[in-house]
Design a protein around this ligand. Structure first.
Ligand code: HAM
Length: 426
């Protein structure tokens, strides 16, 4: 027997029902907020992520599924969606559209070679949005509102929106200098990655999983103390908009995010639910002014976020929330006798063409057993077709909830059935 690879999962119909439901919710919400869907390839040139996500990040250094294709090109299974969306935005010159910002959403699998555990997969599915072409703090607030809105619409309550500002270039340069000065005396005590990061990208040290407990982490200089006037005011406006919408948040000056493209607003949504597990981040995002230029486009600000469906469903479970899934089947056709069996095939086809969800037996089961199946499938209606009914060109329609039955003409079945589904049998 061959099993699936570590860190991946099969979604059987019991689960896909839930996935489809949350996907529909996300799509509906994106429609409400006027984000349009974009679909990009599962693999891209490796260079895209090296430049986009950043060479010094864990994702690029340790977690990418990178391979050479038969033409000797280095390709990578996408570890995230933002770099691809920005590439497509540049490649197709979406910046030229008269309506800006360009508001996009995506749903799809991402791949990271991480140590699998609950909530951390090697293949996981992200829902994400990206808004390109606006440096209005109101759009930062909009993206956070959309994320919170999705969780709340599914009934989640134990949520915490955590926010920070990483400032603009000038603020970051000042902060960077302060970080180098702060960590230099401890250089030898840091992990080998962080020793390299110290000069290249000291902000990454704050995100290191290995050096998390080092005492110098607690006293590291805060970016919030190094924001220049513009960055400070930008952050204040984002907060004001969230206040205006009544969305609660907390500020965490240590929130740096694991990808290099961020500046100004950075945020994560965490689950506070008991029993959620050790990884509490449900989603993350932030502003990435500069990324479009880094990938060869014109100066264009951007912001977005992504969540994984795996963690979203874990959060629902932790809060004991069931999704309102429709488990019932509209109709089950039970036939008895060879001729009725033949007619049933035609009848099922007619009903399906009329858009009615219907199924029948394909295992040669006896009448009683067919009824059992109808019950097990939660059929709302059962159509019974025996030799006698067939002789009279009628069927018996039974409403399972009430037990009420009615005879109807076989050639009026689709129209009559539709009426019943709407109003029930009187
Ligand atoms: P990220 O924080 O790397 O950001 O990932 C976003 C979300 O993807 C996480 O909060 C988590 O829900 C989920 N996730 C990440 N890795 C895994 C994993 N191994 N298993 C399960 N779920 C995972 C990004 O990817 C950015 N592209 C987000 C963004 C969009 N920023 C701006 N626009």
């Amino acid at each position: 027997m061959i099993n699936l690879p570590r860190g991946t999962q099969d979604l059987l119909p019991e689960q896909t029902k839930k996935w489809q439901y949350v996907e529909e919710q996300f799509k509906a919400l994106c429609r409400t907020y006027n984000y349009k869907e974009i679909r990009t390839p599962i693999f891209e040139h490796t260079e895209l992520f090296q430049r986009g996500v950043g060479d010094t990040t864990d994702i690029v250094q340790k977690e990418m599924y990178t391979f050479k294709d038969r033409g000797d090109r280095s390709l990578t299974l996408r570890p995230e969606g933002t770099a691809s969306v920005v590439r497509a935005f540049v490649q197709h010159k979406l910046f030229g559209n008269p309506t800006q910002p360009t508001k996009l959403f995506y749903i799809g699998p991402m791949f990271r070679y991480e140590r699998p555990q609950q909530g951390r997969m090697r293949q996981f599915v992200q829902f994400g949005v990206e808004a390109l072409g606006s440096a209005d703090p109101a759009i930062d607030a909009e993206v956070m509102a959309l994320a919170m809105n999705l969780y709340q619409s599914l009934g989640l309550k134990s949520l915490r929106l955590v926010m920070n500002s990483l400032g603009d270039n000038e603020s970051r340069t000042n902060h960077r200098k302060a970080l180098i000065k702060h960590f230099e005396p401890y250089q030898k005590e840091l992990c080998s990655d962080c020793q390299l990061r110290l000069q290249k990208n000291p902000l990454r040290i704050l995100d290191c999983k290995q050096d998390k407990e080092h005492p110098a982490m607690q006293t590291a200089p805060s970016i919030l103390d190094h924001l220049n006037t513009y960055s400070k005011s930008y952050f204040e406006q984002v907060k004001d908009y969230l206040d205006q919408m009544g969305i609660d948040y907390v500020i965490d000056q240590n929130l740096v995010r694991g990808l290099d493209y961020y500046n100004h607003t950075a945020f994560e949504i965490m689950s506070n639910a008991e029993g959620f597990g050790s990884i509490t981040t449900l989603s993350g995002g932030g502003r990435y002014n500069g990324l479009v230029e880094d990938l060869g486009g014109p100066e264009t600000p951007g912001i977005g976020f992504a969540l994984s469906v795996e963690r979203l469903l874990m959060a629902l479970e932790a809060e004991n929330l069931a999704l309102p899934l429709d488990e019932a089947l509209d109709c089950y056709v039970i036939a008895m006798g060879d001729d009725a069996e033949k007619k049933a095939v035609e009848l099922v086809y007619t009903l399906r063409k009329a858009g009615i969800q219907v199924d029948k037996d394909y295992q040669g089961k006896k009448f009683k057993a067919q009824f059992k199946t109808a019950d097990r499938l939660h059929a709302k209606y059962v159509i019974i077709l025996g030799e006698e009914e067939l002789a009279n060109d009628v069927v018996n329609l039974k409403e399972m909830a009430t037990g009420k039955q009615q005879q109807i003409k076989i050639d009026e079945i689709d129209a009559t059935f539709k009426r019943f589904v709407q109003g029930g049998i009187n």
